[in-house]
Design a binder for this molecule. Structure first.
Ligand code: HXC
Length: 510
């Protein structure tokens, strides 16, 4: 009996066979087992269900059985923490999913959810196993339902390390983060079907390559050069997030002095308020060790989102980026900031907003695309967030965008402004053109009059003092002291526990 077990195990480790494993390696990809070895701390991965096989009898499948059925599932430690994981085996039926395969994935998802352990999915699959028909569609739906049950309860992260087609993209789409290698791709229907239906000729990469999903569609959150980098990004990401919604992210001992000033910030703003500067530099000057893990770096670049630490505590940052479109909010940047905000709120990660926003992007393109609906998402996400919330207005906070970007009125706990901040319904030039239109046109020297009125408006309204006089801003701070102020504010609010009225769920505008 013992030797039968050993023989079967050996067979299992060969997946779809030596030749197919070699093909996999030639493509620069590891096998499903090797990926588990790289991901988990040495010797800690425990496999479940290695002997599972399918029971499909159609299309000659009764003669093609592969132990494990094309997916490796189990649990182990990553940097000492417990995670559940599955890893598609492309060498077995192209990693395609049938009922037995799906049952294995569902089993570990159920185990993870029962005890609040995150789920890490390694995807490399041709989608629904065609020979199994509705059994594979049903199998996918069983997984999708569990993805949704686990959403906001345990973090779910998807690695895309090869082709992912059909059903194999919808499960990752329901998870919190997607990390793609440069040789991977994701699409609902492949180039051949696209050609047949739309006559459009497109390559795999053009249709669903890693750049497409990191830059154009916003489906992916991180781009990795290769599989090793993908695992490195994953581990870094995991370090910022707790294992479930009932835990706080773990605090690490900070090396960076909480009383450190950032002298460079006193001079970072250009004298011309229309000129850009680097918001990344602002962030890196403030957070511990200048370490900012940017999420969706290549998409909707007018807003920056990502994780960092303040005195060892994990925080989520949402910041306008004046270097792209002057930091204006548009459809994609609202979507990007909304999803990130909601992730942080689900998992007890305090939110910090850096504001420099001239407003929402005007134009038919945006209005017809539904900027009203998309902008409302961000308003909704900040308003419903119950984690500790901090805001620093760096320069402009105009119009609706002032409200949306984590203002006091929608529940932020501490709001600060730098001395040059301009908080107003709109910029001085635009405002004067509207409210002083007649006065300017009827004056003897309209040009001079406009300059005088703009200056007067700026003095009266485009400053932080009106907001501070009402308590909408808690204090006006010297830029170099921002880190010190934020750390003490976070320490003072970290025990916050806020509850919203009981309801089934809200109805965020989608
Ligand atoms: C069964 C599959 C398969 C599938 C691949 N294979 N996809 N078997 N069902 N969906 C098998 C191939 O027959 C082949 O078997 C082996 O896997 C490797 O595939 P290749 O085509 O040789 O590899 P490659 O050239 O690298 O191309 C990979 C691929 C391509 C791009 C993924 O195989 C492909 O386009 N597959 C179909 C993708 C697809 O349309 N899926 C959607 C299914 S519908 P042998 O024995 O020759 O090695 C779906 C709906 C779910 O998923 C809806 C939920 C919402």
């Amino acid at each position: 009996m013992g030797s039968e077990m050993e023989e079967k195990r050996k067979e299992h480790f060969l997946g779809g066979g030596k030749e197919k494993q070699e093909q996999q390696r030639k493509r620069g990809k590891l096998t499903a087992f090797e990926r588990m070895d790289v991901l988990f701390d040495q010797g800690t991965f425990i496999e479940i269900d290695p002997f599972v096989i399918h029971d499909c009898t159609e299309f000659g499948m009764q003669n093609k059985k592969i132990l494990g059925d094309g997916v490796v599932t189990g649990y182990g430690l990553v940097d000492g923490r417990l995670f559940y994981s599955f890893s598609h085996d492309f060498t077995a039926f192209g990693g395609s999913l049938g009922w037995s395969f799906a049952s294995k994935v569902c089993k570990i998802m159920d185990l993870a959810l029962k005890q609040g352990v995150p789920i890490l999915g390694i995807n490399d699959s041709g989608g629904a196993r065609i020979q199994e028909g509705v059994m594979s569609l049903g199998g996918y739906a069983e997984i999708f339902r569990r993805n949704v049950s686990a959403s906001g309860v345990v973090p779910q992260i998807s690695l895309i390390l090869g082709p992912c087609a059909g059903g194999a993209v919808y499960s990752p789409a329901l998870t919190d983060f997607i990390i793609m290698t440069k040789s991977a791709y994701m699409f609902v229907t492949g180039p051949e079907v696209v050609k047949e239906v739309t006559k459009e000729e497109v390559s795999f990469d053009e249709l669903g390559g890693a750049w497409v999903h990191n830059q154009k569609s916003g489906v992916a959150h991180f781009l990795a050069e290769d599989e090793q980098e993908c695992f490195n990004i994953l581990k870094k990401l995991l370090s910022f997030i707790p294992s479930n919604n009932l835990e706080n992210p773990s605090r690490i001992a900070a090396k960076d002095d909480p009383k450190r000033t950032s002298e460079n910030l006193n001079t970072i703003l250009p004298s011309d308020p229309h000129k850009p500067y680097s918001m990344r530099t602002v962030i890196e000057s403030i957070v511990d060790d200048g370490d900012f893990l940017e999420v969706q770096k290549h998409w909707a670049k007018n807003v920056l989102v990502g994780f960092a630490r303040l005195d060892g505590n994990s925080i989520g940052i949402v910041a306008n980026n004046p270097e792209v479109l002057a930091g204006v909010l548009d459809i994609d940047s609202c979507d990007k900031a909304t999803r990130f905000t909601r992730f942080c709120d689900c998992f007890n990660i305090p939110l910090l907003a850096f504001v420099d926003v001239p407003g929402f992007l005007p134009g038919t393109n945006q209005e017809w695309g539904g900027i009203i609906r998309h902008g409302a998402k961000l308003l909704y996400a900040f308003s419903e967030a119950t984690v500790p919330r901090l805001t620093v207005i760096i320069r402009k906070a105009y119009g609706g965008a002032y409200d949306v970007m984590n203002s006091k009125h929608i529940g932020s706990d501490y709001n600060f402004a730098w001395p040059n901040a301009e908080i107003a319904v709109m910029g001085p030039e635009g405002a004067c053109n509207i409210i002083f239109r007649n006065e300017i046109s009827q004056s003897e020297n309209p040009q001079k009059k406009r300059i005088e009125l703009v200056e007067e408006y700026r003095r009266k309204f485009a400053n932080p003092y009106v907001a501070a006089s009402k308590g909408f801003i808690d204090d006006i701070i010297e830029p170099k002291n921002t880190r010190i102020v934020l750390i003490s504010s976070l320490n003072s609010i970290c025990r916050k526990r806020e509850r919203r009225p009981l309801r089934k769920h809200g109805n965020i505008p989608l």
